[in-house]
Design a binder for this molecule. Structure first.
Ligand SMILES: [Zn+2]
Length: 333
């Protein structure tokens, strides 16, 4: 953090104050090429446990940044199990939350998360379909414009299991990623604080953005974030928390249903990763005609190699699927 005279005012670990996730593959790269950064991240999780009633801020992530609704059930399971194992190794505890790549979600994915004791995930507001008070019977259709993003939602799954969902504030997240809000830490803090509702008791104003917003896209965006959190704390504008702590202190009063096969980055659902859906990375003339044949080729490769693996694997392994899920132990060894 830099003072108004341009001098170092404080050195802070942003991650110790906010929920965050890193891809396991990035962390394994970091272990080799930037071990001090990895140490800082692990330290952040410890600090956050002290700060937030024992709830660490690190969230797990599906192992390979795979678009879960387009993955086979078997791959979904492996992605989640590997993500959890990797997390346990890095942070010496079980994860409470898991980030889904591109927040891409369907009910099967939520089922496997819940089956593996994941308590919550974070979604974009447009991924909520219907909500109701837990006590009520009547479902209300919602959209990005009228969804209350300041509470946690319980999602009941067909198996009878449940998972908690947080839908982030879409417009502030958008302003951070694309609207230049990171130009001023104070402006960012004011925008966040303004989002609170005076008539609501316990509420959480929260955003979700790519890490690349805080440096790659906005030079020194990490410093703006540090200033923002310091400004909020020093002026006692709100209490900073993380998802795990908020959930423990404010269990959901509402239930939500999701829009199946939806994501935060493709307004056509998850078509961006299998079709020429209309997404063009903002460049006129670009198209994604190549996506369909590429996806079909990779799916074909997946299905045919699975057949070979299961047929030949069963000669040497008690349970090839079990062995596949456990193989992460060898990668981590
Ligand atoms: Zn799209």
């Amino acid at each position: 953090m830099v003072s108004s005279e341009g001098k170092i005012a404080d050195i802070v670990n942003n991650y110790s104050k906010m929920s965050f996730n890193f891809g396991p593959t990035l962390l394994s790269w970091m272990e080799k090429y930037s071990p001090d950064t990895l140490k800082g991240i692990q330290e952040a999780d410890k600090l956050s446990q002290e700060r937030f009633s024992g709830h660490g801020s690190a969230m797990a992530q599906v192992y390979n940044h795979i678009i879960m609704p387009l993955a086979s059930d078997l791959d979904k399971e492996t992605q989640i199990k590997w993500g959890i194992k990797d997390f346990q190794k890095r942070f010496n505890r079980d994860p409470e939350g898991m980030w889904l790549a591109e927040t891409a979600v369907d009910t099967d994915t939520l089922e496997i998360l819940a089956e593996n004791n994941i308590k919550f995930t974070v979604l974009a507001p447009r991924q909520a379909k219907e909500i109701k008070e837990i006590e009520d019977d009547e479902w209300l259709e919602v959209n990005e414009g009228n969804l209350d993003t300041k509470v946690a939602y319980l999602c009941e799954l067909p198996s009878g299991r449940t998972i908690n969902l947080f839908f982030y504030d879409g417009s502030i997240s958008q302003s951070i990623a694309f609207g230049g809000l990171l130009e001023s830490g104070q402006k960012l803090a004011e925008n966040l604080v303004d989002a609170f509702d005076d008539n609501q008791d316990s509420q959480l104003v929260h955003i979700a953005t790519d890490g690349e917003s805080y440096g790659h896209h906005h030079h020194n965006g990490d410093m703006a974030m540090a200033y923002c959190m310091d400004y909020i704390e020093k002026n006692d504008l709100a209490k900073i928390t993380n998802y795990g702590e908020f959930l423990e202190k404010n269990p959901p009063n509402f239930q939500a249903k999701i829009n199946e096969n939806s994501s935060w980055s493709c307004s056509h659902g998850v078509e961006r990763w299998r079709n020429d859906c209309g997404c063009n990375a903002g460049r006129a003339g670009w198209n994604q005609e190549w996506r369909k044949p590429l996806r079909e080729a990779l799916d074909f490769l997946r299905d045919s190699s699975l057949e070979i693996f299961e047929k030949n694997g069963s000669k040497y392994l008690k349970d090839p699927r079990e062995a596949r899920n456990a193989y992460i132990e060898i990668i981590l060894d």
